[in-house]
Design a protein around this ligand. Sequence first.
Ligand code: HEC
Length: 163
Amino acid sequence: MAMKQTLTTIIAISVVSAAHAAGGSVERGAYLVSIMDCAGCHSGRAPDGAPDPDAYLAGGALGFELPGLGVFWPPNLTPDVETGLGAWSDEEIVDAIRAGMRPDGRTLAPIMPWESYSVLTDSDAADLVAYLRALPPVRRATPPPVPTGGTAGAPYFAVAMPN
Ligand code: HEC
């Protein structure tokens, strides 16, 4: 029994240090993702609005209309190479979260709260990335943004002005 516990402890410690070796703490990244509500926007949902466990952080079901700017869907953050962040470097992910800068040079719409996230420390950013990298990859594409008045590829939240 004591032997089993010791082994379990050793295994747990090596998993944690492997996560640190990759540059950040997966465990603390999970905590940050939950309090920063990434999943509130970036996760898929069933038609009744219930979170879809197979689409956790794999792209939001609902886009956001920003009047005058367009409609933006929260993309897939899992490590899938084609539809997620699998081909992005750690620096590219951190630049998107803290500066709203995509690798192609486009600035992310401010509904992605990068202006608030700009104060994240390097260590917190590394923990977030470590957690996103540890997610199971899910192949799931969200529509690209469309300009105001364009044809939306999926449902979205719209702003109604009072009469
Ligand atoms: C209020 C909703 C919302 C929250 C909360 C949010 N995001 Fe986003 N995020 C978006 C939207 C919408 C986009 C797409 C914006 C665009 O295309 O201009 C986006 C884009 C991104 C991108 C760029 C992905 C790409 O393919 O272009 C990354 C990376 C990202 N978010 C990570 C995060 C992380 C990590 C968190 C939590 C720390 C988070 N987001 C929280 C809505 C949100």
